[in-house]
Design a protein around this ligand. Structure first.
Ligand code: BES
Ligand code: MN
Ligand code: ZN
Length: 498
């Protein structure tokens, strides 16, 4: 369940044993450092094998060979990088994931060098990020699948590069981000009988070890604050809800307004009285993916000492049917004072977010609010499982998030917010209702949240499609993807830090 990998840094000349990974473009040319490591016999073998195996050095292709006698290696792994054009825009995170996939569970030296290449320390760090994320697996509950020896399974990578000291230094920040993603994945993969709200709050509290201030709000406190919307969702569960507020004040000016990150943390969403059908209901343990991204991001920012003030807040509840459940037709009063008519108890995420967002906006006066939530099935219908929906009241924030998503490889697509969506949630009996009818489900949900953000620049990321069971990639083989941590870390780095 750890990241299953150890990474060391050495100069390009470093000899050793285990697998040897080298890189070539579609001209199959090796760098002189790679040729030295392979030796004459290795270089010859690679050329002959490439011809006989029709290996063309295409991007995301690889050739694996037993090392010839006299070469200090067990296997040779030649990884293709493609054309000049491909090589000009290498995604080092993906490359790290791909290369690690070829040597998983083994000891390998990776010569990050090819003709005309000059991977920067940051590129090498990105490579290690991809390597770490690829090596993750969640097997805490597999009692029969334990490897004979732990180190038989752990990948041991030695990354060879021009300036190993600089690479090692840059890789520390990448390590912080990888740990944040892995924390988020672990939280999403955990079953709800283990990760119930109190336990989740306890895990969030562990961030204090990194210098994060964590405050846990219990039911009594939520009652005092008047959080009637969140409490309504929670009242059908035997497990009490919690809110975890995590503050990382890394900016030079500790009193500068923070960026607020808010997460939906429904540890299990049965739908409540408006119960979901049985097929696939087990996936609703992942209905806390938004909150996991927030916790993972705070971890990453604190662990790499980011120069930024951030407040993360997650509403942690379980949505269950029970004699004491809230019910369709109930009217609840949110902390904002606005009343909500419950039409469908399965539209619970927006109720949780309404109160957490209102509280954070009031208590911390953030410069911007970003919420993340596995909010609607409708966003999956609209966008599928490889891109998240973005709704925002602010073009600048929206553009910054889109750019960060592009750079991090966690893509978002902006969706519209128009008055018609807002109108759709007007209620006959209260200020609003919690569903907007059959059409535009992701947008009417976003419009609901919009009623709780006031004038603060705000963006809502509907991650129902990308947070869990999304397509496996070179850097993710896990059900819980940890989606959002890399985007948010990148956003902070590019827009809010310094
Ligand atoms: N947690 C679900 C949304 C969801 C669905 C997330 C599938 C991940 C995968 C959310 O609470 C929900 O049930 N939404 C309803 C809203 C409807 C009742 C207005 C939905 O999308 O059907
Ligand atoms: Mn629901
Ligand atoms: Zn839900």
């Amino acid at each position: 369940m750890a990241d299953g990998i150890g990474i060391a840094f050495q100069p390009l000349s470093s000899k050793g044993s285990g697998d040897l990974v080298v890189f070539v473009g579609d001209d199959l040319a090796l760098s002189s450092a790679a040729s030295d490591l392979l030796g004459t016999a290795g270089v010859e073998l690679v050329a002959r094998a490439a011809a006989s195996e029709r290996f063309k050095g295409k991007s995301q292709s690889a050739l694996t060979l037993p090392a010839p006698a006299g070469v200090a290696a067990d296997r040779l792994v030649v990884v293709g990088l493609g054309s000049d054009k491909d090589r000009a825009k290498i995604d080092y995170v993906t490359l790290g994931g791909f290369a690690t996939g070829k040597v998983g569970g083994r000891t390998a030296r990776v010569a990050l060098d090819w003709p005309g290449s000059e991977p920067s320390a940051r590129d090498v760090a990105d490579f290690t990020l991809g390597a770490r994320l690829r090596s993750y697996s969640f097997d805490r509950y597999k009692t029969k699948k334990k490897p004979e020896a732990e180190d038989e399974r752990t990948t041991q990578l030695t990354v060879l590069s021009a300036d190993p000291a600089a690479a090692e230094k840059a890789a520390e920040a990448a390590r912080a981000v990888a740990d944040g993603v892995i924390l988020a994945r672990n939280l999403v993969n955990e079953p709800p009988n283990v990760l119930f709200p109190e336990e989740y709050a306890r895990r969030a509290s562990e961030l204090t070890k990194l210098g994060v201030e964590v405050e846990i709000l219990d039911v009594a406190r939520m009652r005092e604050l008047g959080m009637g919307a969140l409490l309504a969702v929670a009242q059908g569960s035997a497990r009490e809800p919690r809110i975890a507020v995590m503050r990382w004040n890394g900016a030079d000016d500790k009193s500068a307004p923070p960026l607020a990150l808010i997460g939906k943390g429904v540890v299990f969403d049965s739908g409540g009285v408006s119960i979901k059908s049985a097929g696939g209901m087990e996936d609703m343990k992942g209905d806390m993916g938004g909150s996991a991204a927030v916790v993972g991001t705070i971890h990453a920012l604190a662990a790499r000492g980011a120069k930024v003030n951030v407040v993360g807040a997650i509403g942690i509840v379980e949505n269950m049917p029970d004699g004491n459940s809230y019910r369709p037709s109930d009217i609840v009063t949110s902390m904002s004072g606005q009343t909500i008519e419950v039409i469908n108890t399965d539209a619970e995420g927006r109720l949780v977010l309404a109160d957490v967002i209102w509280h954070v906006n009031k208590a911390y006066k953030p410069r911007a609010i970003i919420d993340l939530a596995t909010l609607t099935g409708a966003i999956i219908v609209a966008l599928g499982q490889d891109i998240a929906g973005l709704f925002s009241n602010d073009d600048e924030l929206s553009a910054a998030i889109t750019a960060a998503g592009e750079a991090a490889g966690e893509k978002v697509w902006r969706m519209p917010l128009i008055p018609a969506y807002d109108k759709a949630i007007d209620s006959k009996f209260a200020d609003m209702k919690n569903t907007g009818g059959r059409h535009g489900g992701a947008a009417t949900a976003a419009s609901f949240i919009k009623r709780y953000v006031g004038e603060t620049p705000w963006a809502h990321l509907d991650i129902a499609g990308v947070g869990m069971s999304s397509s496996p990639s070179e850097i993710n083989r896990s059900w819980g993807s940890g989606w959002g941590v890399r985007l948010l870390d990148r956003l902070v780095r590019d827009t809010y830090e310094g």
